[in-house]
Each structure stands twice: as C-alpha cells, then as structure tokens.
Write a protein that binds this ligand. Structure first.
Ligand code: NI
Length: 172
C-alpha cells in the first residue's frame, strides 16, 4: 500500500468524468488499498479515485468515529437509486478543497448499487451522513466538486484562495 498525492482544486483532472471499471481484480484492489491508506492519512472520511489521479468509478469511505474500529467501505461502479424527495443539509468538506467547509443540501436518503471489494454486487440503504457522503463522492466521478453546489461568488472566492496558496507553495 502507498500514500498517494491528493489533487486539489482547481486541478483540471478533478473535472474529468471517471470511467466504469471492467473487472474487480487484484490491480483494482491495490488501487482501493492505496486510496484507503491515503484517505486515512489525510485524514478524511471519503475519497474518489480521481482525487489521486485515477479516472475510474471507485470510491472508498469510512465513517467510523475516532474511538471505533475502522469500517472501510469500497464502492466500484456505484449507482444512486431512488434519491428521496426530502433533503438534508450537512456541512461538507473535501480533501481536494482543503480547509474550506460549507453547507450543502442533498437528498436525505438513497439506495446505492455497487460492486464491493470482491466484485460482488451490493445494495446499501443510505441515510443521514452516509447518504450525504456517498452523494458527495459520486459527484467526484462526474467531475463535480461540493463547491459547485454553492453560489458562484462563494465558489470563485474559494478557488481564488486555493490558487494563491498553490502559487505560494510553488514559490517556496
Ligand atoms: Ni470530496
């Protein structure tokens, strides 16, 4: 396993639409292992493959609390089914948009159909934080960031700040 570099906005690779996975094999499991290790190291609760530069439809998540056993989830080719009409608002953040948090409204519940770590088809009934998290990560597969759900003014302000920080970091 290896910790990979996490791409940050406005890196254009984060805007790519990720491609479906043909087969869950050892190479894909190695990618999922790297993603999980990278996510834990960051630390974060969810990561899409494109965030480490791999444009494939793979997501890892772990919503276990600090004092709980790790409980990693792996989603290959996930699809959202039956998003609820009622909505939830959570304060979201993203490893690709460092140090910025804001409220986003999304369907409160949904079902997610996906292949697991072993390539077996699964359906997850998601509700609350896990529903928000999976929808946030699914957005990454379409090249969408959570700041795209905010007003244009807010989004431009965040991106401007990130660009400035990246210029400073490159100059050091
Ligand atoms: Ni994110």
């Amino acid at each position: 396993m290896a910790i990979k570099e996490i791409l940050t906005a406005p890196d254009p690779r984060l805007r790519e639409v990720s491609k479906p996975v043909d087969k869950v094999d050892d190479a894909l499991r190695a990618l999922m292992d790297d993603m999980l290790e990278t996510m834990y190291d960051a630390p974060g609760i969810g990561l899409a493959a494109i965030q480490i530069g791999a444009p494939v439809r793979v997501i890892v998540m772990d919503l276990a609390g600090k004092d709980e056993e790790p409980s990693p989830l792996y989603f290959v080719n996930p699809e959202i089914l039956d998003p609820s009409e009622d909505m939830n608002v959570y304060e979201e953040g993203c490893l690709s948009v460092p140090e910025y948090f804001d409220e986003v409204e999304r369907p409160a519940r949904c079902r997610v159909k996906y292949l697991d770590y072993h390539g077996k088809e699964q359906v997850l009934e998601a509700e609350g934080m896990i529903a928000t998290c999976i929808q946030h990560e699914m957005d990454h597969l379409e090249g969408v960031l959570f700041i795209d759900h905010l007003s244009r003014l807010k989004r431009e302000r965040v991106l401007k700040k990130l660009k400035k920080e990246q210029r400073l970091a490159a100059a050091m």
